[in-house]
Design a protein around this ligand. Structure first.
Ligand code: SAM
Length: 334
C-alpha cells in the first residue's frame, strides 16, 4: 500500500462509509466534569500511550481506505506535550483533508496560535456555563476565565468558525442556554448543545437529558427566531440552525432524542491504541502491539476493515438492551 492510492472504502453491513477518525491523544484531563469522569482516576502511564509516530503511522494506513477527516481529542488533548508537532505530522498525509480538535480550552490561550500555525483549522471548545460557581460545580475545578481567554485566542489565531459545545443536562442547562447563546452571538461563535449521554461516571437517566427541542423553544422565545440552515449536511451529527436576524448559527447534537447512527461515519482510536467502531462499543481491537512491533500495513488495514464491517446498527440508549461501556468518556475520546 502506498501514498493515498484508493482501495475499497471502509464500509459496514448497513452501507455506511467511514471517513471520520477521532483520535484520543491522552486520557488525562485537567477538569473532572461530573457527567464525563470520576474525581479519582488512574491514568495511563506515558509508555502506554501511542507515540506521535505510531499515530501518524496509523493515519497513513487508514487514509488510503478513505479516512479523510480527523479530530484530535482526549481526555484533554492540550495536556499532551507538543501537540502542534502531531498536527504538523498529520496535515501532509495524502488524503487527509481536515483536522479538528476538541478541547476544554483551559490551556488554549498559549496553544491556539502554534496549533493554527501547524495546520489545525477547526476547533471545538467545551463550555457548559458562563457562571464561575456553576463552572466549579460541573467541572469540580476553577478556570472559567482561562477558557474564555482560550476562546478569544482561538479567534485571534484565525480559527473560523470557533464552535462552543455545551452538554445539555436538565437542572443545569435551562439556566445556561440563553446566556451561552447570547455570548456566542456577541463574539461570532457557533454554539452547539449536546444531549447528555450515558457514557460518564454519574448514573444516567433519560429524565436528566435537557432535550434539543426544549433548547430550540427557549432560543426562539428568548433569543431570536431560528430556521434550519440551507447547507444542511445529513452526515453531520449536528442539526444546524441559523438565526433569522443574522446572528449566526447554532447546532443541536440530539444523540438521545434523535440518534444519528444511521448516518454514522466515525471510528475511534483511544490514547493507548484501541480501535472502537462506536462511542458505545463494548468490544475494541488492540492495535498498539501491531503498530509498535512493525506489523505490515495490510494486516492493520484488514483489522480496521473487519472492525468496521462488524459495526452494529446503532447505540441502544433508548432501549432496555442498552449496556453502558466500561470506559467513561475521558478514556474513549469524546
Ligand atoms: N477535554 C476535551 C473537551 O472537554 O472538549 C475533549 C474530550 S471531552 C470527553 C469531549 C466532549 O465530550 C466534550 O464536549 C464533553 O462535554 C463531551 N462529553 C463528555 N461526557 C459527555 C456525556 N456524558 N454526554 C455528552 N457529552 C459528553
Amino acid at each position: 500500500m502506498s501514498g493515498a492510492e484508493r482501495i475499497e472504502p471502509l464500509i459496514d453491513s448497513f452501507g455506511r462509509v467511514h471517513n471520520n477518525l477521532r483520535i484520543s491523544v491522552t486520557d488525562r484531563c485537567n477538569l473532572r466534569c461530573t457527567y464525563c469522569m470520576p474525581e479519582d482516576v488512574t491514568f495511563l502511564e506515558k509508555s502506554e500511550l501511542l507515540t506521535f509516530e505510531e499515530i501518524a503511522q496509523f493515519v497513513r494506513i487508514v487514509a488510503p481506505l478513505g479516512i479523510d477527516k480527523i479530530r484530535l481529542t482526549g481526555g484533554e488533548p492540550l495536556l499532551r506535550r507538543d501537540l502542534p508537532r502531531l498536527v504538523a505530522m498529520l496535515t501532509p498525509i495524502p488524503g487527509i483533508k481536515d483536522i479538528g480538535l476538541t478541547t476544554n480550552g483551559l490551556l488554549l490561550a498559549q496553544q491556539a496560535q502554534p496549533l493554527f500555525d501547524a495546520g489545525l483549522r477547526r476547533i471545538n471548545i467545551s463550555l457548559d456555563t458562563l457562571d464561575p460557581a456553576r463552572f466549579r460545580q460541573i467541572t469540580r475545578r476553577d478556570g472559567l476565565e482561562h477558557v474564555i481567554a482560550g476562546i478569544m485566542a482561538a479567534k485571534r489565531a484565525g480559527f473560523a468558525p470557533v464552535k462552543i459545545n455545551a452538554v445539555s443536562i436538565r437542572g443545569i442547562t435551562e439556566f445556561e442556554v440563553v446566556p451561552l447563546a447570547r455570548f456566542a452571538r456577541e463574539h461570532g461563535l457557533e454554539m452547539r448543545f449536546i444531549e447528555y449521554m450515558p457514557i460518564g461516571a454519574d448514573a444516567w437517566e433519560r429524565e436528566k437529558v435537557y432535550f434539543a427541542h426544549e433548547i430550540l423553544d427557549q432560543l426562539e422565545r428568548d433569543v431570536a427566531p431560528l430556521v434550519p440552515v440551507n447547507d444542511y449536511d445529513p452526515r453531520s451529527p449536528a442539526m444546524e440552525f441559523q438565526y433569522t436576524d443574522g446572528g449566526g448559527r447554532v447546532g443541536m447534537i440530539a444523540s438521545v432524542s434523535r440518534p444519528f447512527c444511521r448516518s454514522c461515519n466515525r471510528v475511534r482510536l483511544t490514547a493507548e491504541g484501541k480501535l472502537r467502531n462506536c462511542l458505545f462499543a463494548l468490544d475494541e481491537i488492540d492495535l498498539k502491539p501491531l503498530l509498535r512491533n512493525g506489523a505490515p500495513a495490510e494486516a492493520i488495514a484488514a483489522l480496521v476493515r473487519g472492525n468496521i464491517a462488524a459495526k452494529w446498527e446503532g447505540h441502544e440508549i433508548n432501549t432496555a438492551r442498552f449496556i453502558k461501556p466500561l470506559r467513561t468518556m475521558h478514556a474513549i475520546g469524546g
